[in-house]
Design a protein around this ligand. Structure first.
Ligand code: DP6
Length: 384
């Protein structure tokens, strides 16, 4: 690690990266060490492809403080988290340069769509490249985990497991791939039922749950069996088994959080109706199951041939604002300047994951009439 002063040309320490959100099938909820962001349980997720965060990090020795733009705006609380994350990279590189960060999502932030997972995975990936650290994926996963737990999983694509780990310093609490996306290309329909930011964030929700929910120890004790069942189902491509264990883990996490004081109720009425509709479809033989994170959106995971039927069924539900379709995608990756700049283009220029999945990269929400991004603005503020 060389912290010797050296001549720096503006832009020399600049890089861009993309990461996609992931959805946990076996949930992470609870921390054994809040400072190092170590989980009380392991978890298993799928990384998506059509939704993304694209981030540019430019370390500029002349800057007095980090400058952070998220979706074109500055937000003091988020900027603080970004700076803390950059500190981890600066520490590794032995530099104290401040950075300009420009990051954008093509989906609503903080609405239960894991924007912190893709956001911090993209930030670590871009920051690593900008500083020339050349960290391997496992090291990136450990750093991303420090910034937001679920970000550890977005470094990898497809089916991913994040180990609980045993070491006090957390170096073994790292994600790793279980199965490539192409090996079992399930589809996901995300029913957007609100674009308002959630009232209680995950970190606070986990803290409250650990302190007050009487079910915390049962949650921890039963997780290993759930992880084993999900891992086996994924490796065997056994949809029925994955459906059963995933819905079980989701409902168990929400039961745990509902029993906190005050109880954490992340769903709205439309969320519940979506879950009921997914179960009804499965009862009719449609290969689909639901999962819901710390927010009101319902993710319906299905076999590819069922996606159109699942999307139509979800769109009919009152309170469903839009339905986003996505497949499973790759882990975080470096972007060229041209790819990064194309994120703002009004029409897709080809080659992005969104394009491959049939969703315009500038129109993340494929709604009732393939509605463009402004749909989200129109509905913003319509809380549960
Ligand atoms: C319900 O990763 O957002 O989505 O580590 O505090 O940043 P922090 O929490 P975060 O929590 C995600 C919780 C979850 C379940 C999951 O993704 O496994």
């Amino acid at each position: 690690m060389n912290s010797e002063p050296r001549a720096v040309v503006l832009g020399e320490h600049c890089a861009m990266a993309q990461a996609q959100p992931n959805i946990a099938l076996i949930k992470y909820w609870g921390k054994r060490d809040a400072a190092l962001n170590l989980p009380v349980v392991g978890s298993i997720s799928i990384t998506l492809d059509a939704l993304w965060t694209r981030t540019r990090v430019s370390f500029e020795p002349g800057l007095e403080q980090d400058r952070v733009s998220l979706n074109g705006r500055s937000d003091a609380a988020e900027a603080k988290r970004v700076s803390a994350c950059l500190d981890l990279l600066r520490q590794r590189a032995g530099v104290n340069w401040r950075a300009a960060v420009d990051s954008r999502n093509n989906f609503p932030t903080a609405a239960g769509l894991a924007s912190s997972a893709s956001g911090f995975a993209a930030l670590i990936h871009a920051g690593d490249s900008a500083l020339g650290l050349n960290l391997d994926d496992a090291e990136k996963s450990v750093l991303a985990r420090r910034c937001s737990g679920s970000a550890a999983r977005s470094i990898f694509g497809g089916y991913v497991e994040w180990a609980h780990g045993k070491l006090a310093d957390g170096t073994d609490s790292v994600a790793s791939p279980l199965l490539e996306a192409a090996a079992w290309p399930l589809r996901v329909a995300v029913a957007i039922t609100s674009t308002a930011a959630k009232e209680v964030g995950s970190s606070e929700g986990m803290r409250r749950t650990a302190q007050t929910s009487p079910f915390q120890s049962a949650w921890i004790d039963s997780q290993e069996a759930d992880l084993n069942a999900a891992r086996s189902a994924i490796l065997a491509r056994d949809f029925a088994a994955l459906a059963a264990i995933s819905e079980y883990s989701c409902l168990k996490m929400h039961a745990l959080a509902l029993a906190a004081q005050p109880g954490l109720l992340y769903w709205n009425g439309a969320s519940v109706e979506c879950m009921r509709r997914v179960r009804a479809l499965r009862g009719q033989g449609v290969p689909v199951f639901f999962t819901v994170d710390a927010g009101p959106q319902v993710k319906a995971v299905c076999e590819p041939q069922a996606i159109e039927q699942v999307k139509s069924a979800l769109r009919e539900i009152p309170g469903v604002l839009d339905v986003v379709e996505t497949g499973l995608g790759a882990g975080s990756r470096k972007l060229t300047e041209a790819e990064f700049v194309s994120r703002d283009a009004p029409t897709s220029s080809g080659g992005s994951d969104a394009d491959r999945s049939g969703i315009d990269s500038a129109s993340p929400v494929a709604g009732h009439s393939a509605s463009p991004a402004p749909t989200l603005t129109r509905h913003r503020g319509e809380a549960e």
